[in-house]
Design a protein around this ligand. Structure first.
Ligand code: HEC
Length: 737
């Protein structure tokens, strides 16, 4: 019935009767298909995070209530509570989503009842960042494609069974076809690939340390699993961009990967993605040059993988300022004419807008001089691009007046620390005395990206304001000394490289950084060592740091003050045979031998005051609405609140968070993701908060919205708590009339 109603509404809006007739016939044959409003990660191939649904709207959203909860209940015994970043997709009444443990579930979209589940780890602990699955169909052949660890899987969307004709019995190793020996590397995509015809186009996550693999973008045949094309993001001789690196860099340099997802323009046959920084994130003496295609928006011919155009937002990145989310394919109005464009969010708070055909900026971008590096060997690029419009959506410059001044706060020590740092604004290179950089690696936009409203050409985005310090230390300063006990050496390594996140007392900073106390209850030594070497989510890979100090770091973490450990030795020898542990062997061979290496010992951790509170004044997170026709802001509001730090009479503090907003034809913007555990609905026209609910955990994914059997739902992944360590999928709807 609702299907018929949609059709009638369409009749009034459009006047192409032939088109309507076709739509109507299609609709009557297969009404469910009409409801595919969120069948792709971030809603659609344009990564719009926009829905045409309006049953839930600004007039009734205050009545929104819990519809169902799904508890995967799959947390490994004693494991820390996880949060899934998976944005659910919904096809014909079935929701496809992953748990924090990274098992894939098919759920009935109206009640969350499980239809099937698939465990890509075959009983293993799983985990790590995973943001979504991809759907493809041809008639009755319906497939769900997703990655688990370094494998790409294809399962039957109806049964959840592996499609054995795909790849090697339903799976393809993502390690094959990257630069180095597939048995010695581990390529783990975190965001889903996108479909163009019979191709799945996908990027990956690679290490951000020395010896990282290059982040090639690849297309696989959806039917066979065959690798069809590869785009070298670190170009080989003769390829465009090769001249922006040292001649041999393609043999050893890595990163420049697209980890945030992709968008595709079917009509043009172009796939769009954005890349992260080249490795190592904070020191680039082994990669002088602009380093294409690091930090680029890239457009490729989807059928062949050939370059259409690119724009580099940061040359020779030294700050880990990855472009963190898929480009939004948007349409804007200029001088009365519609222009198809591409909008790209960034960690530094600039929004870039390009002509979709040519890659030309639609607002002026100025190349400005930026500070030089004072670290031996480093050649920071002398200029960087500054978009003149829209204005940055995060603060980009801090002064003493920006430092926090809560009552009783250690303000003076903040000021003296601030004054001790190197800081000449945006793009001040990392230094050995410590450089302040801001918005920081979790600043500006994160993987949730932006939502674009096709009706109004307004883009909605969450911004994070999170300063960080880049303090470089020579890598061989890892603390090894013959006079120290193994435990003490481990402690030194911990203090230099791990304490910034896991804290000097190892208690961590939940929920962002886990406590490492009593770690033996949660994982074996071998598992811990693997995690340390490979990293996971916001935990960087530390293979080169712990190399040769495996016993020491384990002795410290597992409190083995002087006991001799035969278990450790057994585990170590097992790991030596493990192909994953061989990454650094390859590194030694391929890294240019004379490279001096520095490590940023304070990397990826927010700068806080001595009490653990943010070092800068609020807002720490905002929600922004920018009109892309004009480049002007419609509104900005703080998003999230820390009521303990909110000053009397002051606005909400805003909070950091990685998930993105979604926008609907019902006049609403939904956003979660901050540690106040709220899911909120804002009026998209004014930014006014219209509805909120406190969830059992943090809303750890970008939400989705869909309609099934006449009812609209909003669903989101929620991180685990004490009762449900596996996390939850929670759906909301209006009460029945
Ligand atoms: C930039 C912040 C950061 C740094 C620096 C860091 N970690 Fe982590 N670590 C994390 C995060 C975040 C996780 C959780 C990852 C996840 O959920 O997949 C984690 C997880 C872990 C775990 C697994 C804990 C569990 O219960 O699952 C271990 C062990 C660990 N880290 C050890 C270390 C060691 C040893 C170092 C230093 C060599 C280190 N970490 C440095 C952020 C960091």
């Amino acid at each position: 019935m609702h299907c018929f109603r949609n059709f009638v509404t369409g009749l009034y809006k459009k006047n192409n009767t032939l088109l309507l007739c076709i739509t109507a016939c299609f609709c009557m044959m297969s009404c469910d298909k009409q409801e595919r409003t969120w069948s792709v990660y971030k809603a659609d191939a344009a990564s719009s995070s926009y829905s045409i649904l309006n049953q839930i709207n600004s007039d009734n959203v205050q009545h929104l209530q819990l519809a169902w909860i799904f508890n995967p209940g799959d947390a490994p015994e004693g494991r820390r509570q996880g949060g899934s970043q998976c944005n659910p997709i919904i096809i014909d009444g079935v929701m496809y989503v992953a748990s924090a443990r990274h098992r894939i579930y098919a759920l009935q979209a109206n009640d969350g009842k499980q239809l099937w589940s698939f465990d890509p780890y075959n009983g293993g602990p799983g985990g790590g960042s995973f943001r979504g699955v991809t759907y493809w169909e041809d008639g009755d052949d319906k497939r769900i494609l997703f990655t688990g660890g370094d494998n790409l899987f294809a399962v039957n969307a109806v049964t959840g069974k592996l499609i054995t004709s795909f790849g090697n019995n339903g799976r393809v190793s993502m390690n094959i076809g990257i630069r180095d020996d597939p048995d010695k590397i581990s390529i783990k995509p975190t965001s889903p690939g996108i479909i163009y015809k019979d191709l799945l186009i996908i990027g990956n996550e690679v290490s951000e340390l020395y010896g990282a693999q290059p982040g090639y973008v690849r297309a696989y045949n959806v039917r066979s699993g065959k690798l069809e094309w590869t785009f070298h993001t670190v170009p080989k001789p003769g390829e465009p961009g090769y001249e922006t690196w040292p001649p041999d860099a393609w043999k050893y340099a890595g990163g420049a990967n697209s980890w945030g997802g992709m968008s595709v323009d079917d009509k043009r046959g172009i796939v769009f993605f954005a890349t992260g920084s080249p490795s190592y994130d904070f020191y680039g003496a082994d990669r002088p040059g602009k380093n294409l295609f690091g930090n680029c928006v890239v457009a490729l011919h989807a059928a062949t993988g050939k370059l259409a155009w690119y724009y580099q937002t940061i040359h020779h990145d030294l700050w880990d300022y990855d472009l963190p989310a898929p480009p939004n394919l948007v349409t804007v109005i200029r001088d009365g004419k519609k222009i198809d464009a591409v909008a790209q969010v960034s960690k530094i708070g600039f929004l870039y807008l390009f002509n979709r055909d040519t890659g030309e900026p639609l607002f002026p971008i100025e190349e400005r001089n930026v500070p030089a590096s004072d670290v031996p060997g480093e050649q920071a690029w002398p200029t960087q691009p500054f978009p003149l419009k829209p204005k940055p959506y995060s603060r980009q410059y801090l002064t003493v007046d920006s430092l926090s001044d809560f009552p009783g706060a250690p303000h003076d020590s903040l000021v003296s620390f601030f004054n001790s740092l190197r800081y000449e604004g945006l793009f001040t290179p990392p230094s050995t005395k410590g450089t302040l950089y801001f918005p920081g690696t979790i600043g500006g936009s994160e993987w949730g990206g932006a939502a674009f409203d096709n009706e109004t050409n307004i883009i909605y985005l969450k911004s994070n304001e999170s300063p960080e310090i880049a303090k470089l230390v020579k890598i061989d300063a890892a603390g090894a000394s013959e006079n120290l006990s193994s435990y003490d050496i481990g402690k030194n390594i911990y203090t230099s490289y791990c304490a910034s996140c896991h804290k000097p007392d190892r208690k961590g900073d939940e929920p962002q950084y886990p406590s490492l106390i009593a770690i033996e209850k949660r994982m074996t030594e071998a598992e811990a060592l693997n995690r340390i070497k490979e990293g996971s989510g916001k935990m960087p890979a530390f293979a080169p740091v712990v190399k040769g100090h495996e016993k020491e770091i384990i002795d410290f973490l597992f409190e083995k003050n002087d006991k001799h450990s035969s278990q450790l030795e057994r585990d170590l020898s097992e790991i030596q045979q493990n192909r994953l542990s061989n990454i650094e062997v390859k590194t030694e061979q391929t890294q240019s031998p004379d490279a001096v290496t520095y490590l940023n010992t304070t990397a990826y951790a927010q700068w806080k005051d001595a009490k653990g509170n943010p070092a800068i004044k609020p807002p720490w997170g905002t929600l922004n609405a920018i009109n892309l026709n004009t480049g002007e802001y419609e509104w900005t509001v703080p998003a999230g609140n820390d009521s303990t730090l909110q000053q009397p009479g002051a606005a909400f503090t805003g909070l950091t968070g990685s998930p993105g907003p979604i926008v609907t034809a019902g006049g609403l913007v939904f956003l979660g993701g901050s540690r106040d555990r709220k899911l909120q609905a804002y009026d998209k026209a004014s930014g006014k908060l219209l509805w909120e609910t406190v969830l059992p955990g943090v809303a750890s994914s970008t939400p989705c919205t869909y309609k099934y059997k006449g009812k609209q739902y909003v669903a989101v992944s929620v991180s685990g708590n004490h009762e449900s360590p596996a996390g939850l999928i929670v759906a909301f709807a209006l009460p029945d009339q």
